[in-house]
Design a protein around this ligand. Structure first.
Ligand code: GRF
Length: 205
């Protein structure tokens, strides 16, 4: 089974995944970032599929072209499970069709609360007293998709975005590798991928 981790930033979740001895075959990034350094340091193939070559962060960003290039990079390496770990590019729907039910994501809130890029800031602004993190199957809709695991993190009165996010990330670094190992074990035993498109069969049918 080929497992890829997609990164854009500091890559501390990737570090935790590698420390948990999840067999990662490739780490791919959409921009130069520390995550690539972490992978290379651990002897994992590090691939940069740079969105700068597809219009970068301009309105002309070629999302389909970028997605196709990333799919090619992963497929040519035999990847069949993709773990997004702080990946900062929204991919075209074709990505999720290709790896249907086999794309995981970690998000720093208790979904469905606080979707989007500013989940920690939004939880603070809403006056939430608890938030947390969610590992879910990623679909073409941002931060949607079946929830696999969640863990609560208390919001402290003196928290700012950075302090709260760091405590959430400490939990993610435990929960995400654990969940990936569960999913890999399920796949190895022939379990059907969990998707939105395939509701469970009703009893008796
Ligand atoms: C995590 O909080 C993840 O939920 C969010 O980005 C952060 C990634 O952190 N999408 P790192 O790059 O793994 O340190």
């Amino acid at each position: 089974m080929g497992t890829a981790v997609l990164v854009s930033g500091t890559g501390t979740n990737l570090e935790a995944i590698l420390e948990a001895e999840v067999p990662v075959s490739v780490a791919a990034a959409d921009r130069p970032c520390r995550g690539l350094v972490v992978a290379a340091r651990d002897g994992v193939e590090a691939v940069l599929v740079d969105r700068a070559e597809y219009g970068g962060f301009s309105a002309a960003f070629d999302r389909e072209g970028y997605t196709d290039a990333l799919v090619d990079a992963l497929e040519s390496r035999g990847v069949d499970l993709v773990c997004m770990a702080g990946f900062g590019t929204i991919l075209a729907g074709s990505f999720f069709a290709k790896f249907d039910g086999r794309v995981l994501n970690t998000h720093p809130s208790l979904l469905p609360a606080f979707r989007g890029w500013h989940a920690v800031r939004d939880a603070l602004a809403a006056g939430a007293t608890v938030t947390g993190c969610t590992v879910h199957v990623a679909t073409a809709e941002l931060d949607e998709g079946p929830i696999l695991t969640q863990e609560v993190v208390e919001v402290r009165p003196d928290d700012d975005e950075a302090s709260l996010h760091e405590r959430i990330k400490a939990v993610e670094r435990r929960l995400y590798p654990f969940t990936i190992l569960l999913v890999r074990a399920a796949i190895a035993r022939g379990a059907e991928p969990v998707t939105l498109a395939r509701p469970p069969t009703e009893p008796g049918r």
